[in-house]
Design a protein around this ligand. Structure first.
Ligand SMILES: Nc1ncnc2c1ncn2[C@@H]1O[C@H](COP(=O)(O)OP(=O)(O)OP(=O)(O)O)[C@@H](O)[C@H]1O
Ligand SMILES: O=C(O)[C@@H](O)C(=O)CO
Length: 418
């Protein structure tokens, strides 16, 4: 299976579900320049294409597709966020369309359903927990505010292809009914079908109907039902990582509600934490250097946290002063420099919160490939990148999606490696 993920945390989320279903998975960070050279069942290419202009997202995704095809991928999986994160112009629609054209296929599905993380799709509407997408906090996201829970409407506004629905009553009847509905929709000229799923059982019923479909587009949830189509069954072996050592740190640029709670919990537990302020960065202060001076003496006694995480009011105030993109880019650059500096100080267990933030940090660390290990919380595994110039002993990494993880995630993650 060849997978293209639109951000780095999302990629580990997908890889985690594939590993748990028994697949041997490698995740690459960006499109590799050479052949894979590993015997695996799936490869996840992590891009940072969620919020870039659509043309850029399309060209990066097509480059990933070409590379995956050259490695022998038989089914392509385009992974986006379980909260269907989009800008006004994309990028889920434009990338789906471009992949369909390149693969010469007239039909695919789209569903962000991920019941293990309370993302369910019912009658084409996305729920997060007990509320609609546009009431769950995502309406205030710094880069991709989601103000409509009707996925057919959201996707239709991004694509020329007609969008239809395979609703929960069809999914409940299983493979044959789903295949029949897909044929009917195709005959009606529908190119992309949103699929309802409110439980893992729905996703496991959907899986067999996707056997042979050249392109699947989804959050990570659909992945739980696909390895069986390749004759693969769950196994503990798939998630083994080397033992962890070295210093511990958390870098957080996510402003999602769950991350805000996790930051507060970490501070409440008495661990050292330093907040960084985007306006100070904009004033030209070398905030990364200041952070590293603060962190160095503390690291020996346990994990430290460096965060720009703030509530939506504070984020909006910063964005009003600096502009959304400029604020995001400046914070990402600073946190990436912090992550690099922390690793140079001996950090070998690093948690990064936020997809865009993870992309920036991992790129600054020069990491190009990671192995996927055991799950910390649904959607977030520990990962391992082997020895590299910046981290000669290797680095354990957890890339946490903004809204994933329990309140005590930052401490729990390290306890798990101890
Ligand atoms: N205090 C802040 N003010 C303004 N922008 C901020 C601030 N802190 C972080 N940001 C920016 O907000 C964006 C947060 O996106 P990121 O993808 O890292 O987190 P997330 O959306 O919560 O995570 P995910 O994509 O995994 O759901 C980044 O571009 C980051 O630089
Ligand atoms: O699907 C999700 O919610 C996550 O994997 C993600 O993509 C957040 O960036």
């Amino acid at each position: 299976m060849g997978c293209i993920a639109d951000d780095f945390t999302g990629a580990t989320d997908l890889a985690n579900n594939l590993v748990r279903a028994g697949m041997r998975v490698v995740q690459t960070l960006g499109v590799p320049s050479g052949p894979l050279g590993a015997d695996v069942d799936a490869v996840v290419v992590a891009l940072k294409s969620r919020t870039v202009p659509p043309a850029e997202a399309v060209s990066e995704s097509l480059a990933a597709l070409a590379w995956l095809q050259a490695q022998g991928a038989r089914q392509i999986y385009f992974k986006y966020c379980s909260t269907f994160d989009s800008t006004v112009t994309g990028n889920i629609g434009p990338v789906t369309e471009a992949l369909m054209d390149a693969l010469q296929t007239g039909f695919t599905i789209a569903t962000p359903a991920f019941p293990d993380n309370q993302r369910t799709v019912f009658k084409g509407h996305l729920f997060v927990g007990d509320v609609l997408l546009n009431e769950c906090g995502m309406q205030n996201h710094p880069l991709t505010p989601m103000q409509d829970a009707n996925l057919m409407r959201v996707l239709q506004s991004q694509t020329q292809r007609r969008v239809g629905l395979i609703d929960h009553r069809v999914v409940a009847r299983g493979e044959a009914a789903v295949r029949e509905r897909m044929a009917q929709l195709q005959a009606e000229g529908v190119g992309v079908a949103i699929v309802d799923a409110v439980s893992n059982e729905d996703l496991l019923r959907l899986g067999p109907a996707l056997k042979g479909m050249v392109l699947v587009t989804a959050g990570s949830g659909v992945a739980i039902g696909l390895p069986a189509n390749f004759g693969i069954t769950p196994s503990d072996q798939a998630s083994r990582l080397p033992a962890a050592s070295g210093l511990r740190a958390v870098v957080s640029g996510s402003c999602s509600l769950a991350t805000n709670r996790q930051v507060q919990d970490f501070i409440r537990q008495g661990h050292p934490a330093m907040a960084i302020n985007p306006l100070r960065m904009a004033s030209g202060a070398d905030v990364a250097a200041e952070v590293l001076v603060w962190a160095q003496p503390l690291l020996v006694s346990g994990p430290v946290l460096v965060y720009s995480t703030a509530d939506s009011g504070a984020v909006k105030a910063v964005q009003a002063r600096m502009g959304v993109d400029e604020a995001g880019a400046l914070v990402e650059r600073t946190l990436a420099a912090v992550a690099r500096g922390l690793v140079q100080l001996g950090v070998q267990q690093l948690v990064v919160a936020g997809g865009e933030t993870s992309g920036a940090c991992v790129q600054a660390l020069g990491i190009t490939q990671i192995q996927i290990g055991p799950q910390i919380d649904p959607g977030v595994p520990w990962c391992y990148s082997g020895p590299a110039p910046l981290a000669p002993q290797g680095l354990h990494l957890a890339l946490k999606s903004g809204n994933f993880g329990s309140d005590d995630f930052f401490t729990k993650a390290f306890t798990m490696l101890a």
